[in-house]
Ligand binder design. Structure first.
Ligand SMILES: Nc1ncnc2c1ncn2[C@@H]1O[C@H](COP(=O)(O)OP(=O)(O)OP(=O)(O)O)[C@@H](O)[C@H]1O
Ligand SMILES: [Mg+2]
Length: 334
């Protein structure tokens, strides 16, 4: 793969202070040895439950969080805080100044990065950016609170695009929006990718949300990637028990199939990221864990080209956990 972004054994550990006298006595291993590549023009979906480290990984890629181990290469060069890597957030209001007009908010990064010179050129670029994200020119003199959530997210996207990035980390960028608005924003991001050749790291906590936009999907559990595969392959043939459980939670459009399926309910404790368990980190909740899963960390195996998983039971899952597979594969192949 011709990788634009390469993560090599990336770690972000946050120190834990347990009382004044004891000093630093541990670490939250938010990201704990992640190796991943993202090709130019590709969308990598990153999925996992709340607290598994998705945002921390995304913030490290953007340079907002300093890794404690491993490396990040962008275009074969060590990552530095750089306008070419931007982030869009779940709540665009948090990144928009309520007292700044939309026009000023979009013009600001153009000016600050010296991408256009002179007022007329900056204003022309601002109008171009409004147009790119499907906002009317009349938005220029209005304030963020006058817009709907979906429109505010368009402003957030325009502000990111103003920096002329190559890579955008979309951290739950559509999760807070109504389903119909989500689809519009996803369509906009896809359209922009086609026009501008953008590379996306698209973060979501459920597989349904990233099914359409992703080319490949990486599944994260407690600081580690447990499975990565091309999208259609991951949905049709998941080879990690955790991925199968996540897939079983997505409703199937066919009511006949849906009635016959069983959701895989995960029970058991989630280990703390400060103190991950031995063996496979998922074993405390895994419905098909065996002794080996409790003692040995699974090897990273390639199941088919580009499809990697870290599950000792990868070869038996089809029989062991059949329900996840009743997900319509034609849907996943779109
Ligand atoms: N600045 C920080 N200091 C200490 N711990 C942190 C910090 N940021 C994140 N964490 C911890 O790191 C772990 C991963 O957090 P992170 O926000 O990356 O998860 P996430 O997958 O994005 O979750 P969510 O789906 O809820 O957004 C959590 O245990 C969190 O409490
Ligand atoms: Mg997050």
């Amino acid at each position: 793969m011709n990788a634009l972004i390469e993560l090599r054994d990336l770690a972000v550990h946050f120190p834990v202070h347990r009382g004044l006298m004891s000093g630093t006595s541990g670490a939250i291993k938010a990201v704990d040895g992640v190796t991943l590549e993202i090709a130019r023009g590709e969308t990598l979906g990153l999925v996992g439950e709340s607290g598994c480290g998705k945002s921390t990984l995304g913030r490290a890629v953007v340079g907002l969080t300093q890794p404690t181990g491993g490396t990040i290469l962008i275009d074969n060069k060590p990552m530095t805080r750089d306008r070419r890597v931007q982030m869009i957030f779940q709540d665009p209001s948090a990144s928009l100044n309520p007292r700044m007009t939309v026009g000023a908010a979009i013009a600001e990064p153009v000016r600050l990065n010296g991408l256009r010179h002179g007022r007329a050129a900056v204003v022309a670029r601002m109008h171009e950016l409004l147009d790119l994200v499907g906002l009317p020119q009349s938005a220029t003199h209005r304030y963020p609170h006058e817009f709907s959530g979906g429109q505010r997210q368009r402003v957030g996207i325009a502000r990111a695009l103003a920096c002329e990035p190559d890579v955008i980390v979309c951290d739950e960028a559509v999760s807070a929006l109504d389903v119909s608005i989500q689809a519009q924003i996803v369509a906009l991001l896809e359209d922009l990718q086609g026009r501008l050749g953008l590379t996306y790291l698209f973060i979501a906590h459920d597989l349904g949300a990233l099914k359409h936009i992703s080319h490949r999907v990486a599944v994260m559990y407690l600081g580690k990637i447990v499975e990565v595969a091309p999208k259609a392959e991951l949905f049709a043939n998941p080879r990690h028990a955790y991925t199968r459980a996540l897939l079983s939670a997505i409703p199937v459009p066919d009511p006949m199939v849906e009635r016959q399926r069983k959701r895989i309910i995960l029970s058991g404790d989630i280990p703390s990221p400060a103190n991950p368990t031995s063996g496979c980190r998922f074993h405390t909740r895994c419905p098909v864990a065996i002794d080996r899963c409790r003692s040995d960390e699974p090897d990273w195996q390639e199941m088919s080209p580009g499809h990697h998983t870290a599950c000792w039971r990868a070869n038996e899952l089809v029989e062991l956990m059949p329900d996840a597979l009743s997900l319509s594969t034609s849907d996943a192949r779109r």
